[in-house]
Design a protein around this ligand. Sequence first.
Ligand SMILES: [Zn+2]
Length: 352
Amino acid sequence: MFQKSIWIRLPRNVLVGHGVLEDTVTAVEELHLAGRPLIVTSPTPREVAGERVAELFAAAGRDPETIVVETASFDAVERVIDAADDADAGFLVGVGGGKPIDIAKMAADHRGQGFVSVPTAASHDGIVSGRGSVPEKDTRHSVAAEPPLAVVADTAIIADAPWRLTTAGCADIISNYTAVRDWNLARRLQNVEYSEYAGALSQMTAEMLVENADSIKPGLEESAWIVVKALVSSGVAMSIAGSSRPASGAEHLFSHRLDRLVPNAALHGHQVGVGSIITAYLQDGEQGMWREIRDALERIGAPTTAEGLSIDESTVIEALTSAHEIRDRYTILGNGMNEEAAREAARVTGVI
Ligand SMILES: [Zn+2]
């Protein structure tokens, strides 16, 4: 099918490296962002980076305001919007592992303003993408917002973050394998719009990460480098596609379902990693690439079993059989798995 036009929105300035936090103001000034910054952060990220960012803006005469958010919720988004109104903020800066960035992204979108992403951990690809989601009651709302105008990823800070956050980011990237295949399936079965460029970029990102799996080790700043670069590249794939499709298939539906059944039981990336093992098994059977995915996760130190997620077997089965209901997104799950099939898939792949 011939596409008449495409519209791609990408981050403009992406800074990755040791000490780049010090260049935050320069990165913003190059974008001609006017007015006061509202820094959106949470308690720990505030200590490790938020306060320094505020100092830098203050030194540049930009009179920053800071708001601390503790949870990801619509309430928090509302509070940030109000704070931005009160401060007459010109743009927002999200500083944190993911929550403050998602909240800043959604509040900036509401105000029609730009935002800058300053990740303090490499735990998922939301730090670079225009996708945001917050839980609300027993559901989860996703919004398509603008991607950040700038990303400032200081690898010295990210390498210092708890290791499990980094392995979660790795697993989120490894899951691109199954996401791209589900996207292709949806194209063939449902004529879903597909971008060769975004699909290839997303898949290549996962391959590069797996090839480098042995260099991804705790305490090594180089590991933070590899993971952040991959997250950026995954975010760019989503920007090109104009959807989360290149990085989100059945393994993400499974994880979103777990979020409803057992909120905060495990990290997003770890859940999608386990989901990706089962999804790969569904996509090409027992001899397929589910083993490679499991081995890559194992080498990095990400969980590969229900036990590793601290989620009981029956919850995993329930998530598998109901994941297809989560949203209108065609995947290998089709109209859903029955309980016996779910149990078999989880058993064969060693997840339960
Ligand atoms: Zn993800």
